[in-house]
Design a protein around this ligand. Structure first.
Ligand SMILES: *Cc1c(COP(=O)(O)O)cnc(C)c1O
Length: 406
């Protein structure tokens, strides 16, 4: 952990041009840059107004069901021993079952206030697609979700949900027909229709202002958790742990602790089947600097410097890059980035389910698995884990493929 003074960090990063140190920025065709400038201006203006803040607060309380609880997992803590206490921030109880709706409702409210009539988004596993379709339904906006053909087949249930919610699915048949191509396709669609639409990105990735905007909207998770854990324990936690795909749930919870000293922040990436090329998606841990999807960050590359093939059992974690802010926090050593394999995540998935009656998302199971490992090494610590989502979406897959682990 780096104990240099981080006071004022959130104001300092990103800078006006959207850079987190050398990471972030806007690397897009010029026409798109103009559209993004408009979004930046509007966002900074609109999000400061009382009317905007009041409306978002009202939505969080009465539509999303916030605040979500911070829960002391007593049986789990006793099971792991060493006098450590594990606390779960229950984003699984946020409407639609994950943290994603936090930024989707914010982005949709910005779109509405900007006078836009349509939301355009990409989705991999369909989790962001369902959240954005939910937000579009709430605000009576049109919604177009770009999704690779491979994912459309794999994630039939989420495709059905999006359709029921009124979204139009654009099936992307280029390249590997998965998330990367879906992002390219959604950017193209946005470029062709930015007068009427807003691109609602799914994580703290993409060109400025998205990494900041999504962090701002997700910061509600950390603000609540900080208040709640202070009430439960009378002090700040020793560790805060979150899984990192693009990095939005992690930035949401880290942002409340980043300017404080002596709180260890840990981001957990997917090691998948191992550290070799193509078997994992740990972009912060193993990546090199590179530009993709309009921003500079750490990125996994193939021999030709193109985005690498990536893999994780948790489809929400398999992205070849990572939010630019994580790249900075990695370089500054403010956040420690660790990895967890498929197998370890599955063990955590089953353990939390059996001991606490909470089935976690496979993504969140990565954060849990690292916390369990940590709890075997340290004593008398308070460990706060962001339980980013519930595992309902994963149960069929897990039972079909790993019946022996049950
Ligand atoms: C999408 C998703 C993630 C990964 O996204 P981040 O932007 O890294 O938070 C993690 N957990 C759940 C439940 C998700 O749906």
């Amino acid at each position: 952990m780096n104990n240099i003074n981080f006071k004022g960090y959130l104001k300092k990063y990103p800078n006006k041009k959207g850079f987190f140190g050398k990471y972030g920025g806007v690397f897009t065709p010029q026409e798109l840059e103009a559209a993004l400038n408009e979004v930046t201006r509007a966002y900074f203006e609109i999000s400061k107004t009382k009317a905007f803040k009041d409306e978002l607060k009202e939505i969080q309380a009465h539509f999303q069901g916030r605040p979500t609880p911070t829960y002391y997992a007593k049986r789990l803590s006793n099971h792991l021993g060493n006098g450590n206490k594990l606390f779960l921030k229950r984003e699984d109880l946020n409407h639609t079952g994950a943290h994603k709706l936090n930024h989707c409702m914010g982005e949709a409210l910005v779109a509405k206030k900007m006078g836009k009539t349509k939301l355009i988004a990409e989705t991999g596993a369909g989790q962001h697609g369902v959240a954005i379709a939910t937000a579009a339904a709430y605000f009576n906006l049109q919604c177009e979700v770009h999704m690779g053909e491979v994912d459309v087949i794999k994630q039939a249930n989420n495709v059905s949900k999006m359709k029921i919610l009124g979204a139009k699915i654009i099936v992307v048949k280029e390249g590997d027909k998965t998330l990367k191509e879906a992002v390219d396709s959604a950017f193209d669609a946005y470029l062709n229709d930015y007068q009427n639409s807003l691109y609602a990105i799914g994580s703290v990735v993409g060109p400025h202002p998205f990494p900041k905007m999504v962090r701002d909207f997700q910061s509600i998770v950390g603000k609540e958790a900080k208040k709640q854990i202070l009430k439960l324990t009378n002090k700040l936690p020793d560790y805060v742990i979150a899984c990192v795909g693009g990095g939005s749930n992690a930035m949401g919870i880290f942002s409340a602790f980043i300017e404080t000293e002596n709180v260890n922040l840990i981001g957990v990436e997917a090691l998948g089947k191992g550290a070799s090329y193509g078997l994992h998606s740990a972009a912060t841990t193993y990546g090199k600097e590179g530009i993709m999807h309009g921003f500079n960050s750490l990125m996994l590359k193939d021999n030709n410097d193109n985005p690498a093939q990536v893999y994780s059992i948790a489809s929400g974690l398999d992205y070849p890059s990572v939010g630019p802010e994580h790249a900075l926090l990695h370089d500054l050593k403010k956040v420690a980035y660790k990895t967890v394999s498929d197998k370890e995540a599955l063990e955590a998935f089953f353990l939390l389910s059996k001991l606490e009656g909470i089935i976690p998302a496979l993504e969140s199971s990565h954060a849990l698995a690292y916390a369990f490992k940590l709890a075997k090494k340290v004593t008398n610590k308070n460990i706060l884990i962001n339980l980013s989502g519930r595992g309902d979406k994963d149960v069929d897959f897990v039972i079909e493929n790993y019946p022996h682990l049950k």
